[in-house]
Every structure is written in structure tokens, then in C-alpha cells.
Design a protein around this ligand. Structure first.
Ligand code: PLP
Length: 410
């Protein structure tokens, strides 16, 4: 256990120690991380930091005290809704991240089921096997049964999902895209199903919400996945992923104010008066709100299109390069994530050798394969990655290395 020093140290010394501690971290600024960090380059990093610092002490919990943050949040939400066909009556809030957005959407769906549909007893949530574990966390917290359904061609299967739905189903989920394969579920088919069965459909666009619209503007083949699809009642979209904002920033959106009302938490019976919070957090870091607002204003539509064009180029170069080396792409990814597999070598052994060369990337298990979540910076290192991948594949063959474990987080 470390003990708080009795006497504090000068900031310069503490700062130097922090720099020293960071020496062992992945060299993400050099493009060595294809997970955890979204690297849009040093200018955007600088905007994040300066904007965050300007409002680092302010608290979004108090909009009357900080109308600045209230305005910034409203504008960020507006930017998001404008990108996701949400202009006609959709509403939303900023949250601290994808897990927070998902948890609050599930809470809203649960309270809607109880209050509007009159459901009691054990409720359930139907989601494809590829949907993010944040839904399991939300269900664990709220004691909702999780019903995972098998995939068809790595995508959500509406037939399997329909079979899992019953009168106690409060929500069904589609991802745009899912994390493991980077593929967009058939949201139109899920929307039609949701409407037919009268079930709330949430689209988890934590990864895709702030890249898919721009890839489409750039001419990419992106199917309908947002509020354009009638059955979609809520969405999660992370600013701190492909929105290139500072960490601690996501958005959760609802088809109407009436649906969002089920998210809001209000406690009136308390010695300090009424307390109302829209999201899970009490204190809401002003820095994260301010940094998101600043990055979005600095980039604008043109800036995002340019950054995402670089991601697309990196994905295409790496996708083609891996296939030329004998890997098989899993599905037909259109955004920033791609996963690839092969049978003649253990991909987890390859992963371990890549790690030895400084690459911090992920893996998939069904089937065993490698996983990349690309940023604009990867355009410049795609060829180096491919060369190291070829080397690591051969090294894994030669030494039969003990494989690494597929792991995301923790
Ligand atoms: C598809 C998807 N949904 C939700 C999340 C959760 O987001 P966060 O890590 O910001 O809580 C992630 C994180 O990678 C994700 O990929």
C-alpha cells in the first residue's frame, strides 16, 4: 500500500515523475495502439487538452451555475442528432461514456415498460451475441434477464431475436457497428421487427455514431442505422471514440421527450431539497463537455470527413494487405474496425509477437482472429504494421509460441 506523502512535492517534480511513468505505456502517438485510443493527431489532442483545462473545475451538475456548459451540451447533442437523422423531435444528453449511455437507455426502457406497459416481474433484454458487455452490466445492476441470440454471418439475426422476444421484453439491441467484427447489424430489419412486436429498439452506435455519417458523406456504403429507421427508439454514440473528443464523453439519444423522461432521476425527499440528474453521474466534469464542444467546432463536417477518409484508407490498405498475406477478413467492415482470421497459425501467438514489437491490438475468439480499431494516424503506419504482421506470423509458426489471451480491458 502506498501512503500519502506528509510533505507535498513541487509540481515540476511530480510532473516529471508522471512523464517517467508514461514511458512504459504503449506508444499510441506513433500509432502503435489500435484499441483504447482514438488518435486524430497532435492538433486535435491539443484542442482536447486546452478546452478541457478551461472548464476542468466547472460542474455540469449545476446548469444554472454554469449556463456555459448547459449551452455546450445542448449544442453537442444537437450536432449528434443532426448527424443521426434525429432532427424531428429526438432529444438527448451527454454522458460519461458508452457504458453510461447504454445503462441510461436500459433504465429508460425498463421504466417505460413498467409505467407505460404496466409490466411487473422479471423483465428481459434481447440482444445479439456480438453486442457490447455494457448491456450485461446494465442488466446486472437492474436485475434484468439477458437473452443473447446467435449470429447469422456474424450479424444480428432478426429471426433468432424474434424467437427470444416475449411479453416481458423491454428492449432489443442492434449495433452499428458491433465491437468484435466492426459490422453494422441489419437495423432496418430489426426496426421492422421492433415495430411489429411493439418492443423498444436501441441502436448501439457507440463506435459508429460519429464515423458512419461521415463515411457515408465520403461515398461509403453505409446502410440505414439511425433514427432514419422508424423502430429505433434510442441510440448511444460515443464522442470519445470516433468523435475524437477527450475521454469521458458520450451521447444518449431518444426518439422523443416522452421516452427520455424515463431516464431522468429525481429525488425530492432529501434534506438538501430536490435533486434531479439526467444521467448516472452526479457531478458532471465540465472539462469533458467543453472538450467535446471544442473538438466538434474545430473539426466541423469537413474536418471529420477528412479524418475519417484517413481511417477508411488505413482500413482498406490493411484489409487488402492482410488478405494478400493469407488472412481472411471477417465480414465486410465499412467503418474503422476490422477483424481477420486464418487457420494455419494461431492468431493469438501472432498477437503476442506483435506485442513484442510494441503493437497493442485486440483479438476475437469466434473464430480466433486479430482485431484492429483504426484511427487517422494508422494511415501513416499501415505498411509498417503489415510488415510486422508478416514477420509475427512467421515467428509464431517457427517457435510455436504460447499464445496470448484475447482480452479487452481489465
Ligand atoms: C459497441 C460498443 N458499445 C459500447 C462500448 C462501451 O463504451 P465505453 O468503453 O465508453 O463505456 C464500446 C466500447 O468499446 C463499444 O465498442
Amino acid at each position: 500500500m502506498t501512503i500519502l506523502p506528509t510533505k507535498g512535492a513541487p509540481w515540476a517534480e511530480v510532473s516529471a515523475r508522471m512523464d517517467q511513468m508514461g514511458q512504459g505505456d504503449v506508444k499510441w502517438r506513433d500509432g502503435k495502439a489500435a484499441v483504447y485510443v482514438f488518435n486524430a493527431g497532435p492538433e486535435i489532442e491539443q484542442v482536447q487538452k486546452e478546452a478541457y483545462a478551461k472548464f476542468a473545475s466547472e460542474n455540469g451538475l449545476g446548469p444554472a451555475a454554469f449556463p456555459s456548459l448547459k449551452q455546450m451540451e445542448a449544442e453537442v447533442v444537437g450536432f449528434g442528432l443532426g448527424l443521426l437523422h434525429g432532427a424531428g423531435g429526438c432529444v438527448g444528453n451527454m454522458t460519461s461514456g458508452g457504458t453510461d449511455s447504454i445503462l441510461m437507455a436500459v433504465k429508460a426502457a425498463r421504466d417505460h415498460a413498467r409505467k407505460v406497459r404496466g409490466l411487473t416481474g422479471t423483465l428481459n433484454l434481447v440482444l445479439p451475441r456480438s453486442a457490447h458487455p455494457a448491456f450485461d452490466k446494465a442488466c446486472a445492476v437492474m436485475e434484468i434477464e439477458v437473452r443473447r441470440t446467435p449470429l447469422a454471418d456474424l450479424l444480428a439475426d432478426p429471426v433468432a431475436m424474434e424467437a427470444a422476444i416475449d411479453g416481458q421484453t423491454i428492449m432489443m439491441v442492434g449495433s452499428a457497428p458491433c465491437f468484435p467484427y466492426g459490422l453494422i447489424d441489419p437495423i432496418e430489419a430489426l426496426g421492422a421487427l421492433a415495430e411489429r412486436r411493439g418492443v423498444w429498439l436501441h441502436v448501439d452506435a457507440c463506435v459508429g455514431g460519429y464515423i458512419a455519417p461521415f463515411v457515408r458523406m465520403n461515398g461509403g456504403d453505409v446502410p440505414p442505422f439511425d433514427f432514419e429507421v422508424a423502430g429505433v427508439w434510442s441510440m448511444s454514440a460515443d464522442l470519445h471514440k470516433y468523435g475524437y473528443c477527450a475521454k469521458g464523453a458520450s451521447t444518449v439519444f431518444f426518439r422523443s421527450e416522452a421516452l427520455r423522461a424515463h431516464m431522468i432521476f429525481e429525488v425530492g425527499d432529501w434534506p438538501a431539497g430536490k435533486m434531479v440528474t439526467p444521467t448516472l453521474a452526479g457531478t458532471r466534469p465540465g472539462g469533458a463537455i467543453a472538450a467535446a464542444w471544442a473538438v466538434m467546432n474545430v473539426l466541423g463536417v469537413d474536418g471529420y470527413r477528412a479524418k475519417h477518409a484517413e481511417v477508411t484508407e488505413a482500413r482498406q490498405t490493411i484489409g487488402e494487405g492482410t488478405q494478400a498475406q493469407g488472412w481472411r477478413l471477417l465480414g465486410d467492415p465499412q467503418l474503422g474496425i476490422l477483424a481477420f482470421t486464418r487457420e494455419d497459425v494461431n492468431p493469438f501467438a501472432v498477437l503476442k509477437h506483435l506485442y513484442g514489437r510494441g503493437w497493442v491490438t485486440s483479438a476475437v475468439t469466434e473464430p480466433a482472429g486479430l482485431h484492429l480499431m483504426l484511427s487517422p494516424v494508422h494511415k501513416g503506419v499501415a505498411d509498417t504494421y503489415l510488415a510486422d504482421l508478416a514477420w509475427a506470423t512467421q515467428a509464431a509458426r517457427d517457435d510455436g509460441a504460447r499464445p496470448a489471451e484475447a482480452r479487452y480491458g481489465g
